[in-house]
Design a protein around this ligand. Structure first.
Ligand code: AMP
Length: 193
């Protein structure tokens, strides 16, 4: 894994453990020589993450749509900041630059970006690992809801394996490095038709 895309809050959140998790993950990326790809902002957990990687001489690639970069929240010290035309172009660029994806605690922007990537995975458009860092149980309700989707037959049981979840960044990163996508189902099952 050479580059990892992280989606996370443009706010810091209430609990100091979210900041700590962002810093811990940043340290691990630099230690393993993995470049960070993220939304390019200097604010919230996004800014904390980027600052921590840069402080340790790691590489950080930001991707920001023109409309947001004008609001003076773009990070000024990145290895490279890509300014793109739209939010859609941003997601595509982040996808192109990255070998894997992690959602850290965040709000609707974080969820929207992560679930689009996960949807592409579900559709077989890519096989890059996707992880959820469940710091302090922040995503417990979401994970329960995903179980509910499986119970109610809106999410296939096997597609629950498309996202890895851990509360410790070290374990999550390790599992993502070892991730082997399941081979394509060779035969169509009756229940899939
Ligand atoms: P949220 O989780 O709602 O705070 O949104 C965070 C995600 O949406 C990040 O991964 C960013 O890519 C994007 N985003 C939301 N707000 C901003 C912002 N002010 N500046 C840059 N990116 C943002």
């Amino acid at each position: 894994m050479k580059s990892l895309c992280i989606f996370c809050g443009s706010n810091k959140g209430k609990n100091g453990s979210y900041k700590q998790a962002a810093e811990d993950l940043a340290k691990l990326l630099v230690k393993d020589d993995i470049a960070l790809v993220y939304g390019g902002a200097s604010i919230g957990l996004m800014g904390i993450l980027a600052d921590e990687v840069l402080k340790r001489q790691g590489k950080v690639f930001g991707v920001m749509p023109k409309s947001i970069s004008r609001k003076e929240i773009a990070h000024g010290g990145l290895t490279e900041l890509f300014v793109v035309d739209s939010m859609h172009a941003r997601k595509q660029k982040m996808y192109d630059l990255s070998d894997a994806f992690i959602a850290l605690p965040g709000g609707i922007g974080t969820l929207e970006e992560f679930f689009e990537i996960l949807t592409w995975s579900q559709l077989g458009l890519h096989k890059k690992p996707c992880g959820i860092l469940n710091t302090d149980g922040y995503f417990d309700h979401l994970l329960k809801f995903l179980d509910h989707m499986v119970d109610e037959k809106f999410l296939k049981e096997k597609n629950r394996n498309l996202y890895l979840t851990e509360s410790d960044p070290k374990f999550l990163l390790q599992r993502m490095k070892n991730y082997l996508p399941e081979p394509e189902a060779k035969w169509i099952n009756k229940e899939d038709v």
